[in-house]
Design a protein around this ligand. Structure first.
Ligand SMILES: Cc1ncc(COP(=O)(O)O)c(C=O)c1O
Length: 418
């Protein structure tokens, strides 16, 4: 018999499923293209930084090993401000205090929703979307409204329709639009400049917050357009989320540029979530961003780029021609979609791929558990739409050899389904 408290846990525990990725992380196969973790890290630079910090502990150990300000260490925020100003053209009307440091950018996504959502508030996002954002919207009582994507990512014309339809048919102006502008998770797409400008226009015109999640901004193999945040010179309309996790996941350090009206409640929420982010980790990141990143990141990027190239080539050689892949110019992922809409990548994973030593993340994981959608064929409001024919393939963690063999193996298996 289970104890009575077990029957009375919070309502969300009854409808929020276990994360598909967390489950797949435990899968042991030779050809693993599941979780999106970094596979190339600046280890030597971090060794040097750790020695430097060990020396500095004599001087300011009491601060480095202590609690710090909830919003983050000021000197780290200064370093990040300078980098984002110089590299991305972002404006900081209030200087470093426009930045909030978090324990991973995941904490920011969850905290933002906690600050923003009233029951049934509508959040617009792409279909598919990063599952670490999609599911918390529903968990926290919001209403997901998805719009179609193509090989360039979210399509602003559908976002515009979604805003109108939400106002007309759901009687609510959406609270926020969520986009992963650079090397999206899961599709690997990067938004063209024109779409970025249009999204910013929609945001200001309809007075809706834009949540720009730029987790893969530093993992780029060629030049990409500036962040949407660049247009938000008064820091009013875009909550801009970045993270160092793709360069050093262990630090669990996110950093966001937030409008002042959101910053104030966000600091309160963060205080309740963790009081503050690790001061030691912030010190490590500050040294990395101020002294090392530009010298060492390039080597890691070359490794990722080679892996991307090998995956691209082997998909093109071995996967069915009745399917389509995206064309990532950075980040960690390809998305492959079978033409046959009835293909079920989840079933195929369990029944065929894993028994043959291959693992990927089925596309279904990136769709909401409930909500509304705008369809591409009639641009009308529909219920939740889940497509089963896509899969996310991560190239970040495995060697070119494994990628090449694994893609050939998976391609041969998929050919039988085409
Ligand atoms: C698009 C996107 N946003 C946010 C996150 C969360 O990153 P972090 O490790 O900084 O919490 C991830 C992690 O994979 C991601 O892919």
């Amino acid at each position: 018999m289970s104890p009575p408290y077990y029957e009375q846990l919070a309502k969300w525990t009854e409808f929020v499923p276990e994360s598909e990725i967390r489950r797949l992380l435990l899968t042991k196969v030779k050809y693993y293209f599941g979780g999106g973790k970094p596979g190339s890290l600046p280890i030597d630079a971090f060794k040097k930084i750790l020695y430097q910090i060990a020396d500095e502990l004599d001087m300011d150990g009491i601060d480095v090993l202590n609690y710090g300000p909830t919003s983050g260490t000021f000197s780290l925020k200064e370093t990040l401000e300078q980098r984002m100003r110089e590299k991305d053209g972002i404006s900081f009307p209030k200087g470093p205090d426009d930045i909030l440091i978090s324990t991973g950018s995941q904490q920011m996504l969850y905290g933002l929703l906690d600050v923003l959502l009233r029951p049934k508030d509508v959040i617009i996002m792409s279909r598919p979307s990063y599952l670490g954002f999609v599911v918390p919207v529903t968990k926290l009582g919001g209403d997901v409204l998805t719009v179609p994507t193509d090989m360039d990512g979210i399509i602003p014309e559908y976002v515009e329709k979604a805003i109108e339809i939400s106002q007309r048919e759901l009687n609510r102006t959406p609270k926020a639009i969520y986009v992963v502008s650079d090397s999206d998770n899961p599709k690997g797409t990067t938004l063209p400049e024109k779409r970025r400008k249009k999204l910013f226009e929609l945001t200001t015109q309809h007075e809706i917050l834009l949540i720009e999640d730029s987790a893969y901004r530093e993992i780029q193999f060629s030049e990409i357009p500036p962040p949407i945040k660049k247009y938000d010179t008064d820091n009013e309309w875009v909550a801009y989320l970045r993270t160092s996790s793709k360069e050093a996941a262990v630090l669990r350090l996110g950093y966001s540029v937030l409008p002042e009206k959101i910053m104030i409640p966000m600091i309160k929420v963060k205080g309740y979530l963790d009081l503050c982010t690790s001061s030691l980790n912030q010190k490590i990141l500050e040294i990395y961003y101020s002294k090392y990143i530009d010298d060492v990141l390039g080597d890691n990027l070359k490794i990722y780029e080679e892996r991307r190239d090998v995956m691209q080539k082997t998909i093109d050689e071995h996967f069915p021609s009745q399917g389509q892949r995206t064309n990532p110019t950075g980040g960690f992922f390809f998305w492959f979609q079978m033409e046959n809409g009835k293909f079920d990548s989840s079933r195929f994973l369990e029944d065929v791929a894993i028994p043959n030593d291959v693992c990927y993340v089925p596309g279904q994981a990136f769709y909401p558990i409930r909500g509304h959608s705008i369809s591409s064929y009639d641009s009308k409001l529909h219920g939740n739409r889940i497509k089963t024919n896509g899969m996310r393939l991560s190239f970040s963690f495995t060697t070119p050899q494994i990628i090449s063999e694994g893609m050939e193996q998976l391609g041969k298996l998929l050919q039988k389904e085409a």
